[in-house]
Design a protein around this ligand. Sequence first.
Ligand code: BMA
Length: 855
Amino acid sequence: MSISQCKSLPICFTAIICATLSLLIGLSSCSEKHNAHTQLLNESWLLHNPLSEETIPAGVPGSVHTDLLAAGKIPDPFFGTAENDLQWISNQDWLYTLTFKPDFQPADFQRKLLVFDGLDTYADVWLNDSLILRADNMFRRWRIDISDLLLGNNNKLTIRFYAPDSINRIKAAKLPFSLPEERAFSRKAPYQFGWDWGPEYITMGIWKAVRLEAWNHIRLENFTIHQHEVDENMAELELEVEIESIQAEKVDVRLQIGDLPVFNFAVDLKAGKQTLVFPLRIAHPQRWWPNGMGGQYLYDLTLTLQHNNAVIARESRKLGLRKIELVREADSTGESFYFRVNGKPMYAKGANYIPADHFVHRQTSQKTRQLLVDAKEVHMNMIRVWGGGVYPDDVFYELCDSLGLLVWQDFMFACTMYPFDDKFLANVKQEAIDQVKRLRKHTSLALWCGNNEVDEGFHNWGWQKSLAWSDADSAAIWQGYLALFEKLLPEVIQQSDLERNYWPSSPSTGWGRPESLLQGDVHYWGVWWGEEPFEKYREKVGRFNSEFGFQAMSAMASIKRFIPTKELHIGSAGLEAHQKHPRGTKLIHDYMQRDFPVPNQLDEYVYMSQLVQAHGIGMAIEAQRRSRPHSMGSLYWQLNDTWPVTSWSSVDYYGAWKALHYQLKESFNNILLSIADDREGFRLWITSDSLVAFAGELQVNLLHPNGQLLARHTLKLDVAPGSSFQVMQLDSIISAAGAKPESCCVQAMMVADGKVLANRLLWLAVPIRLQLLPAGLQVSLSQQGGETWVKITADNIARQVALSTEVEGVAFGDNFFDLLPGQEKHILVTLPDGVKLEPAQLKLTAMNDFVDGPN
Ligand code: BMA
């Protein structure tokens, strides 16, 4: 059967015929013959410093910086002020060499390829003294046919890496105008050139695996399943397979999806590369849902190519069936911007993700897993992969698939204008094809976005003036923008990914413009960059809030790992070297001063800085969620760090949760109880992201700082799916009880069908104005069935209790919580192997320690 016949036949019929045929000829008993062979070439590399003539072992995947570190040639680039002294590394060229012997007979294979999954970035590659590659893009995979060059023994690979900055400078000098950043000339991770949360370490090296691939006859290049339509009755799919064949051949393509009958297609291949397409239908599919909306059912897929009854390629992976749409429709406040999954509107809750290690090859799967589990644990359902980093590895997306985290995927362009000559565009086009074909197979991938803040920068950051562009320069640069982000990238998506939407730039409009709150997505930076008070978050609610954020310091235990002991004080040189925003230290201080006590001990200052962040970002998220369906997304800036630093992250470089991350358990809870506080007074709201309606009882207790009940109100509520509404005005209740907003708190609890859906303490005054009594905290430790537990009790209401210890590697199951008198808080403690904890090694801090009690 030819491919075109296969396309035109009704698929059920095709599949049945083929499945029957396969049974008749007994394909399942085929012997598996190895037609292809792969040899990893990651070991035994050497790094030569051409200046010093020194040679050291080189890690692959790796980088020059980490090789020098491993060889003891440089101090830890993350410790103290080391960054200042290590800039020389990026300013010179470096040479990698490897001598290898293939573990097969070259003559046994018709084709031999050398594959680099990633070279960082400008690299000339020689095999046995022949120049075989001039690489110039960190994000591309390079496959070089070395069939005529490979020897049976003593092959010599040499790679010379060129200092990116000098190449950028040469390229920049050739343009008649300046671009905002010279890094724009390199297809290389933007953040490495220094960011407002990261150091400047411009890496070089072989940052991904190197392989020899040898094959005969036929090679499977890539396969994917496009999901055209998925509902509860039917999944209309399309299998796309890319195959390379040395000559015309007959091949069987078999696809096993879960325990469904095997789809089997007999195909006539022609010589060369070809793409085959087969429609598939699955009746009554079991569907995949984002976290919080349902389960993450993943089918096991296996694609097999058979030739002359022998298996020549087999690849397995997982696939979730779902429909994801980006809905942009005119409505009463402008134009909607939300994701609809399986027909249900989804309020996107999540964060922006950056590489989890500056030296990104060091990021382990374990670290990626932990971060994404941390995201799921606080009810996230979406992660935005920010365009100034790298395209993450497959493990990242596999985890998002299994955890139910949709991915908003930026292409790697950020915060500058880019060149637009033919060579640059052709390079980017190949990068985009490589990445789209690698990532499109993932269930969680929801959206492709062209860039981060390039459109916003061009229209709002004054480059025309600061870079003295003429009108003609400006027009040409904008045309270049359009060629790249409005033509080239969407065309690649259109050709290679038939199911995802493309969004040219995040945000679509700068935050200073009123339309940014009416349509598209917005990065609202009026708070922090604009120095506006946190309360502005309540007004400045966009349709989809894809960035907003506030910095906090890393956990004290983390700080001790990267700052020398003598510098453990506020404002030390070491600490300042780990604050990359030009106004960062001052902004944290200013915002703290507005609403919080300002301690002068470093550990207390760290505690307070984290509470400031949690307060502000909590306020933003809750206001955004209350406004649904106007707003349908809250992705705060930023989930994680590339190195130890004071930044907007909610989880620090070492994995410690800041106060914000704990608070997200409530702010992102599917059922949110929150307080709207403005000129109209204090109003209690309920917001539900639930897909089903429920009826329940809301209990509201007004409490004195000593825990005494001042007033109680209960209310029957019917809550519609995906709704948000005001349930009660609190001002009259407070005054009737003779209380004041600063000397009481509201305990709100929603119960339905005997289940507590939300239960939280809500506060009506900022911490500096709060009147709290001494917390009277008591702590004890116990062992239960091999586990260590901490029990904490309080004499009065304790606000924002933080548990900490000097003992390294200890993790607490909960932290930064409020506690009522009479309540027992039990916290699971995870200890490193062999470590024991004594009660005296535990420290408790609470806001009560910093504010006065009621008059
Ligand atoms: C956002 C990001 C980053 C930056 C952050 C904080 O806009 O896209 O460029 O780190 O702001 O300034």
